[in-house]
Structures are given as C-alpha cells and as structure tokens.
Design a protein around this ligand. Structure first.
Ligand code: ADP
Length: 495
C-alpha cells in the first residue's frame, strides 16, 4: 500500500515545499494537507488513517503540542514528526516526553531531513509492530499451553505466572500465596544453586495431598538476565498421569510376575504329583499282576508234574486277583475322569445327597448291619455337583461301615452344620481309628493301612473323595483316635 502522510501547517508555501521534498523521496505517496482547524478536525473524525503525521509547531489555530497530544490520545503508536521554525529546545523536550517521534528544524537547509525523519519513523513503527505481534503471539501461546510457565525473582517472589500454572497450583492463589505453594517452595530451595546466568536445574516433586492419589511435577529452571536484572524462568510439567501410568505398569508387572510364579509352582506341584501318581500306579498294579504270574508259574509246574489237587485253587485265586485289578483300573479311571471332567456346580440339598448315598450302599451287608443316624436341617444346601457329592458321601459312609473293630457293629452319625460361608458335612464312626502318622497319607491313590484279607478295598476311595470335593471348590479332612473312631468331613460353599 502507498505511503500516506498528513501534513499540518497553516503556511501554504511551507506545505508546498514539504510536499515537494516528500514526493521526491517517496514517489506515489499520498499526502493530505490540513491548513486550518476544520481540516484537522475532519481528519480526526475520519479516524486519522495515515502512516505518519507531520505537524508545524506554531499555527494560527493551535500548537504542534496540542496536535501531538490529540494524535497520541487517539493512537499512541501513530508516528508524529514536528517540523518547525519557531520551536525551542524546551518545546522539543516536552514534545518528546509526550511521545513525539522526531523533531526537524524548518529551514531551507533542513527540508531534505524531513524524508529521512519519515523513513526512520516508519522503520521504527515497523519494528515496534513486529515486536508487538510476536509478543502477542508469545503471550497467547503461554496462556494456552498445558505447561506452567513462571518467572521468579532471585529472592523467591513470583513475578509472572501463566494460566496453566495458576490452574495447577490453585486458580485463586495470589502471587504471594503461589510462592508459598510447596512446589514453588522447592523451587526456592534450589535458587542458591543457580549462581550464574544460564545455570539450569531440574526438580521432580511428588505430593500426596491430592485426594485421588498423588500429583507429580517436573520443573525445569533457568537463570536469566532480563532488562539488566537477574531472575529465574521456570517451566512446570504436570506429569501425574504419566507417573500414574508408570506406577500402574509396575503394579501390573509385579502382579503378572507373581501370577507366573504361582502358576509355575502349581505346575511343578502338579508335575511332582503326576510323577508320584505314575510311580504308585505302576507299582501297585504290578503287584497283583506278579501274583497272577506266580500262580501261572505254579499251575504250569504242578500241571507238568501231574499234581492236579491245587489247580482249581490257583485258578480261583487268579480269578479273584484279576477281578481286583479290574476294580483298581475302573477306580483309577474314575479318579482320572474326576481330574479332567467339567464339574459344574448347582444347589444341592445335603440331606437328599446323603439319602442317595445310603440307597447306593443298600445292597452291602456291612451297611445293612450298621446303625446310622442322620442329623441335619433337611433344607440345608451346598454348591456342589450332585453326583460327585453323592459319590464322595458313598465312599466315606462305606469306609465307616467297613473299618469296624472286630466283634463290633458300626454306629455312624452323619451331620451337616453351617460354618460361616460353608457347610461342614461330617461322617463320624466308632471304628478302628487311624494312627496320627498315617492321617496325611490316606487321601493318596492306593494308600491303604491294612491288608486285603483284613479289610478289602482298592485304596482309591478317599483319593476320589478329595479330588471330587476340591474340584467343587471345597476341602476335606479327618480327625481320628485309634481304637475309638474317626470323623471324616467335607466343607462346601453355601449357595
Ligand atoms: P479303601 O477303603 O479302598 O482301602 P480308601 O482310599 O477309601 O481306600 O481309604 C484308604 C485307607 O484309609 C484305608 O485303607 C484305611 O486304612 C483308611 N481309612 C479310610 N477310612 C477309614 C475309617 N473310616 N476308619 C479307619 N480307617 C479308614
């Protein structure tokens, strides 16, 4: 856009000479002349849209100082040059105080200085405008970023703080209160270490005061020298969410590691149990097989020697042992099935399950000879897989009937009582009891404390009870006094 100049002078010749000089230096510039009050007022009313205003000092209708004041009141940044033959040094000084941009003495020699003064004014105005633009941009940026920015004097006073910092520390804090905030108190402690210009430091601070947890800040400090005085510039980052995410990752990692550890232990235990199980199965199944081989060998020898008397006895024993192996294998299969199969639970009435177990045992002579007492609230229920519970109760009841003392008949009490969140079902007998040393073993597969002739069985009954109950989320146990009797119990969750 072409340069525009307002020329205030009541002498038409001076105006003409000024115009000539300006047009020579600024070809195409638009110069408006105002020689009287009306013309000046009209320009004021029109908004004074000129790049530079040049005014004489002594005019018939006003002075250059009045003009200057009016223009600067309208727009403090608008350049004004006083071009006068009548002004004094005092006037020049006063005008400068009021914001005059340049002062040129009007004489034939000085006309050439007028365009130079205009150029200088324009350059200065441009620099000023640029500075204002970048300052506006900077302060808008400072107010809108999410980083807290502040300047602190060396004695710890907060000189400036942006909106983000005010939000972080408490929006309504005065600068003095802000300086007392624990975060800025930490900054103040650091000030002595920033001895020289451009010395820098970083502070990390965590405060537990926040009700939702902690808040974590990172503060970067820089010692600066501004307009001849020293200060500290600070940038504050609220790194709480990063820190929280970090803490959460640590927590999850630790949890994961703990879970892996537990899972590894479980796997190791399962492996050991499997090994022990494999060993005992192969060992215990081989024993009856070896006996069969022994009878087969005896059969062959006696038959070869023509001694036929014992042959039927051998064949009967082989038959009995083979049936026993069959029983052991089918019990083992049942145990293996319980380990693998889905055991969904439902609400089962304990009294009904006990009734079913009794019905299963009805055909056994030992059961029919026993006196059985059932004591429980018929409505008492547990969370269980019905068939697995009936099987566990059948095995416990069958043992209670079987392990009786010589010459005695079994007296059994079946009880169920609520215990906290569980129900404890106990089968108490008056049988032979169990040695304390053996109590820990009897729930293992093939673990038996007696010979087959004394008390028949496969040694898997209690292992099936334990596995089944544990798969239903419950636990089992036994208390016993040798020669007096035993109480086996199952604890299952209440619905
Ligand atoms: P089984 O009854 O086939 O021998 P179990 O696994 O049911 O196998 O029992 C393991 C062992 O625990 C039994 O051989 C016996 O020595 C002991 N036992 C189980 N129940 C009782 C009981 N009620 N009284 C005394 N001993 C018992």
């Amino acid at each position: 856009m072409a340069l525009s100049i307002l020329l205030l002078d009541d002498n038409p010749d001076d105006r003409a000479l000024s115009r000539r000089e300006l047009e020579r230096h600024f070809p195409g510039c638009a110069i408006r002349e105002a020689g009287d009050r009306a013309a000046f007022e009209a320009q004021m009313a029109a908004g004074l849209a000129y790049d530079v205003i040049i005014t004489d000092y002594q005019m018939r209708w006003t002075t250059g100082l009045d003009v200057l004041q009016r223009v600067k009141a309208h727009d403090a940044e608008r350049p004004v040059i006083m071009f006068t033959a009548t002004g004094t040094q005092e006037i020049a000084v006063e005008a400068m105080k009021l914001g005059l941009d340049d002062y040129v003495i009007k004489s034939p020699r000085h006309y050439a200085r007028l365009p130079v003064a205009v150029r200088t004014c324009l350059d200065r105005a441009e620099i000023r405008a640029r500075a204002i633009r970048s300052e506006t941009r900077l302060s808008a940026l400072l107010e809108n970023i999410h980083l807290g920015v502040f300047r602190m004097s060396l004695d710890g006073r907060v000189e400036e703080a942006n909106a983000a910092l005010r939000t972080m520390l408490g929006r309504d804090l005065s600068p003095a209160e802000m300086a007392g905030h624990p975060l800025l108190a930490k900054v103040r402690e650091k000030l002595p270490s920033l001895a020289k210009t451009l010395d820098a430091a970083e502070i990390q601070a965590q405060f537990e005061s926040d009700p939702a947890g902690f808040r974590f800040y990172v503060v970067k400090l820089l010692r600066v020298r501004v307009n001849g005085h020293d200060a500290i510039d600070g940038i504050v980052e609220d790194a709480t969410s990063l820190r929280r995410a970090d803490a959460e990752i640590h927590r999850l990692n630790a949890e994961l590691e703990q879970r892996i550890l537990e899972r590894t232990n479980q796997l190791e235990e399962a492996n050991e149990a499997l090994e022990a199980f494999g060993f005992s199965v192969s060992h215990d199944l081989r024993e009856p097989l070896r006996t069969i081989q022994g009878y087969a060998h005896a059969l062959r020898q006696d038959f070869g020697a023509g001694e036929l008397d014992n042959l039927r006895n051998y064949i009967d024993r082989i038959d009995v042992i083979a049936r026993r192996i069959d029983l052991m294998v089918s019990d083992l299969l049942e145990f293996a099935r319980l380990s693998r199969a889905e055991i969904p639970t439902e609400i089962v009435r304990v009294a009904a399950a006990v009734g079913e177990a009794q019905a299963v045992l009805q055909a056994e002579p030992a059961y029919r000879q026993a006196r059985i007492q059932v004591c429980m609230d018929p409505e008492l229920s547990v969370k269980a897989h019905r068939l697995t519970l009936v099987q566990a109760l059948t095995n416990l009841l069958s043992n209670a009937c079987k392990f009786v003392r010589a010459g005695q008949s079994a007296a059994i009490v079946i009880q169920a009582v609520p215990e906290g969140r569980k129900v404890r079902i106990a089968v108490q007998d008056n049988g032979i009891g169990i040695d304390e040393a053996a109590l820990g073993r009897i729930f293992n597969v093939f673990e038996r404390l007696h010979g087959e002739e004394e008390y028949p069985g496969t040694g898997i009954g209690l292992a099936i009870v334990k596995k089944g109950v544990e798969r239903m989320g419950g636990s089992v146990g036994v208390e016993s006094t040798p020669g007096t009797g035993s109480t086996f119990w199952i604890a299952l969750e209440r619905p």
